[in-house]
Design a protein around this ligand. Sequence first.
Ligand code: NAD
Ligand code: LMR
Length: 342
Amino acid sequence: HHTFVARSQKLNQPVPSKKAVQPQASYKVAVLGAAGGIGQPLSLLIKMSPLVSALHLYDIANVKGVAADLSHCNTPSKVIDFTGASELANALKGVNVVVIPAGVPRKPGMTRDDLFNINANIVKTLVEAVADNCPDAFIHVISNPVNSTVPIAAEVLKQKGVYDPKKLFGVTTLDVVRANTFVAQNKDLKLIDVDVPVVGGHAGITILPLLSKAKPTVSFTDEEIESLTVRIQNAGTEVVEAKAGAGSATLSMAYAAARFVESSLRALDGDGDVYECAFIQSDITELPFFASRIKIGKKGVEEVISADFQGLTEYEQKALQALKPELKESIEKGIKFVEKQK
Ligand code: NAD
Ligand code: LMR
């Protein structure tokens, strides 16, 4: 779906009508952590969307310049900056989708769980404000560890009495983007055709690509399955090591998060054919949260695609069982964090 509006004008073409610079829809999107490594390119990509009429950029610092800069792009949405806790409520009022990439990233040698102590508080505070100011919005949580920050967000929303499990998403799109790229490279396929569902969670072995469900149907040797699975699971670490202390994936993450935002906006706008993977409250397994393919509609998660879990290979079944204890522990850690502070 190529709906981004950045384009040049052709010679001899009449000046575009006023309509061309009007949004095709008028959704409002807030990015919390908009001045960060992910936040800036993500905000740029959202600024390209014809479905957005207002882009609210919030951070604790440095967001004024980012907003001034982006506001000069001749694409439809207004860009408004909000700095610091006192402006958070206004950043959120009337917003349809809230994207949360606020928080610290990994350095080499760290796990995503090592970020828990700092990021848990950041996500808790931000989601409290979401609950108070735009409880009906779709919430996209990017901040790590996603396996814990999504349960934290759920508990906060429950405490505030506004939890709608259909509207809370842990963003795992990057795992799908990576799986698609690596499979296409490995099998010499056209990238646009490849779609690999990735289930479980978003850390190490909890990331489980279902290569047997890849589209188009491709056959892999056992060695290929093992090496592709491990590469997809460690792709975040691959970037952390390459950046050597300067952070983790930001550009591919912005790309992936922009795709998830665009999909959400299309769903809100009535497109009845929107499928993405995301980490959500789910009864697909005995764990309370699980990533899987979902259908997104106007009210959020409309359907969990359970067919992906039928006819798994032995390798996938084993990996699915093996990831559950770690994922369970991360989920419980998030829930306890909020309960403790009651
Ligand atoms: P970064 O340090 O470059 O940017 C983070 C931004 O958050 C900064 O601008 C900072 O000022 C802001 N921030 C901090 N506390 C805040 C608060 N209370 N309110 C609002 N903003 C606040 O980091 P980054 O590289 O953009 O990564 C952000 C997070 O995204 C990290 O936790 C990282 O692990 C995670 N991440 C997740 C995925 C995924 O697939 N879900 C992928 C990549 C990174
Ligand atoms: C990723 O998968 O790139 C992110 O979760 C960032 C990280 O820490 O690896």
